[in-house]
Design a protein around this ligand. Structure first.
Ligand code: MIG
Length: 666
């Protein structure tokens, strides 16, 4: 049951698609406070949700802020990352979901100020408030996802291995990546193009020196089973003669200053304007620009820098220079001068003052950006997603984005932003997956091996051993990082190859579970407590996940480990896989077990009564034969249930045809 209460006059975020809901007179569970709500927590209460955020699966003991931020330093001290996810579940004495539909700043103080108090603060009293009651945690999530609408579904090839780097600089570098994957017998479905494919970082252009015949090149790649996935940034370069800039100015499609002139910020290309993604007409116009690349054979994109990230505004940059010039005339800078200077240069980026200085023209009139800040990225996702429906009717287009808000999960997926090549970030990946999926972002994944800093062969392999289960499986590296394409790690090459092959062998299961999750608002990844609510030990588990109907994963996420402790809420069949055809199996009783798991091995657990279809590995998703299946089963009491598989064409949007389902493994 979902209850709604309206406070003030909310801005219509269009996050919710559900029909009429009963309005609450009074709020159950929570106490209304002047600026939000509070709730007295019992010691055993657990808080789930809040999507893309730092720390563990249980969000208790920290303060989170919905404030989309471009911050590549995902330390435990951070309260916001790139997204805004105002959905959480309180589980314990009372069990209920809360959703705050509001596009500005919301704070979730989960026992940070007072250890036993959950305090939710909303920047202004104009929002819709929802309470979701259900029979179980899974049921609460199910109802919530019905409220906010069906999750985005990418084409099947988007479940293949994708290789990325900032940036492959030209055609030959891309060809080399593909050739190396081939030469090493490793599967690959996509190569991702970062900002340097563009001409001077201008959206919807292609650099003529680096990619002289882009359409031919896309066709050449496609003939080898490879999709190119170019990046699109939020900011549009200010340059006379650049059609996107000129059309935007002529039609008033850019965000404006108070005086109505287009707002200017510095990003990759230098000075840019931000398309007004909240203005329906401007949004449709921006979306229509993707046609230029679609017409050249592109079928997938990633949207970046859409918090929107800004390096500086010209006014504040000027003030900084003036201040720096004054300091330069001093012959002795003390620590206040020096660190003041450092702070002021860092403070140019994503400055709150700048977010307060520009405006959107929305259906509800002119709105200052900071009041609707968290909607910008999601509206860019929507710009692309809506355009694809018109430009490629009936076809799926790959789209994943950086900034996000609940609602945008209907138009695209996300990647988890600029993580680090560190073991703690591998754990963070494991812990974020159920939280973002709970909020509707099913198609998601982190930069495997880590984005910034330098990965190591063992981290690359261990990360792949978890990444092979995430819907988006993309190895992406920062511009300064060592080369980390999977074929670079000669010491562990056979193991990496086996793990990539294992991903493809498991695709009949992973893809079918994804489709069930999307079409039936069912879970893909979830914490153990969702299925074993009465088990107090299951509630504590922070680094194991249930995956679809029949599996549990327990990745190794520490360096130099030769195994790990795994908690089994019930008896399961453990597979210790070195490859799809080389594994040990053992039925383990419920309880805690230390299980050896060497580098190059992955632990997979089959739940009682379940069947998992397994294909032969293939060089790409198009080559995958999902009719020649073997089955992994655990049938402690006789016959295991057959498996409900979704072997559709993987490219059209005709999801509901009965012939897309097949019962296998009878
Ligand atoms: O501020 O396009 O998160 O994946 O490689 C850096 C360059 C801008 C941030 C993205 C990252 C991408 C990078 N971008």
């Amino acid at each position: 049951m979902i209850y709604k209460k309206r406070y003030g006059q909310p801005f219509d975020t269009e996050s919710v698609v559900g029909s009429f809901l009963p309005m609450m007179e009074t709020i159950p569970y929570l106490t209304k406070e002047p600026d939000g709500f509070s709730y007295a927590m019992e010691p055993q209460d657990v808080l789930y949700g809040l999507g893309e955020n730092v720390r563990g699966i249980n969000k208790r003991g920290w303060v989170y802020e919905s404030k989309c931020s471009d911050d590549g330093n995902h330390t435990e001290g951070k309260s916001s990352l790139y997204g805004a996810y105002n959905f959480m579940i309180v589980s314990g004495k009372d069990t209920f979901g809360v959703f705050i539909d509001y596009p500005g700043k919301v704070t979730f103080d989960c026992g940070y100020t007072d250890m036993d108090t959950l305090r939710i603060t909303v920047a202004e009293e104009n929002y819709d408030f929802y309470i979701i009651e259900g029979e179980s945690l899974t049921d609460i999530v199910h109802q919530f996802r019905q409220l906010v609408g069906r999750s985005y579904i990418p084409p099947k090839w988007a479940f293949g291995n994708a290789q990325s780097r900032w940036s492959y600089m030209n055609e030959d570098e891309v060809r080399e990546v593909v050739a190396n994957y081939r030469a090493n017998n490793m599967p690959l479905d996509a190569v991702v193009l970062d900002i340097d494919y563009m001409e001077h970082y201008k959206d919807f252009t292609v650099d003529a020196q680096r990619f002289p015949r882009f359409a031919d090149f896309a066709a050449e790649m496609k003939a080898q089973g490879i999709h190119l996935v170019p990046i699109i940034d939020a900011g549009v370069k200010i340059e006379e003669g650049y059609d996107v800039y000129e059309e935007g100015v002529k039609n008033g499609y850019f965000c404006t200053n108070q005086d109505g002139t287009p707002f200017v910020a510095g990003v990759w290309p230098g000075r840019v304007h931000f398309p007004d993604m909240l203005n329906p007409e401007a949004r449709a116009w921006f979306g229509s620009q993707y046609k230029v690349l679609l017409d050249q054979g592109i079928e997938g994109f990633w949207n970046d820098m859409n918090e929107p990230a800004l390096f500086y505004s010209p006014e504040r940059l000027k003030a900084f220079f003036e201040n720096a010039a004054a300091l330069s005339r001093k012959d002795n800078l003390d620590q206040n001068d020096f660190f003041g200077l450092v702070r002021s240069v860092m403070g140019l980026m994503n400055a709150p003052e700048d977010y307060r200085s520009f405006y959107h023209d929305t259906a509800a009139g002119r709105v200052r950006h900071d009041r609707v800040h968290n909607l910008y990225g999601g509206c860019m996702t929507r710009a692309a997603g809506e355009a694809f429906q018109t430009l490629r009717p009936g076809q799926r287009t790959l789209l994943y984005c950086r900034s996000s808000i609940i609602g945008a999960h209907r138009w695209g997926g996300i990647w988890l932003g600029d993580n680090h090549s560190s073991w703690s970030q591998l754990l963070a990946n494991i812990q974020m997956m159920p939280a973002v999926q709970m909020c509707g972002f099913l198609y998601s994944g982190a930069d495997l091996c880590g984005f910034s800093e330098d990965t190591t062969p063992d981290l690359a392999l261990r990360w792949l051993e978890f990444g092979l289960f995430t819907p988006l499986m993309r190895n992406h590296a920062g511009a300064e990082s060592r080369e980390q394409e999977f074929y670079r790690f000669t010491d562990v090459l056979p193991a990496i190859r086996n793990m990539l092959n294992l991903r493809y062998a498991l695709l009949p299961y992973l893809y079918s579970e994804f489709m069930k999750a999307a079409l039936e608002d069912a879970p893909y990844f979830r914490p153990l407590a969702f299925d074993y609510p009465a088990d107090p030990d299951a509630r504590e588990v922070d680094d194991q996940l249930l995956l679809g109907e029949g599996l549990m994963v327990a990745p190794v996420h520490t360096q130099n480990a030769h195994g790990r402790t795994v908690y089994l809420p019930e008896a399961m069949k453990m597979l210790r896989l070195r490859s799809v055809s080389d594994y040990d199996e053992e039925v383990l009783p419920a309880g805690r077990h230390y299980l050896p798991c060497e580098l190059g091995e992955v632990l997979l657990f089959i739940r009682p009564g379940h069947t998992v279809p397994v294909a032969q590995p293939a060089t790409n998703t198009a080559q995958l034969d999902d009719t020649a299946l073997t089955f992994w089963r655990f049938a402690p009491d006789g016959r295991p249930a057959p498996y409900r598989m979704y072997p559709d064409d993987g490219v059209t949007t005709d999801y509901n045809k009965p012939e897309h389902w097949r019962i296998v493994g009878q």
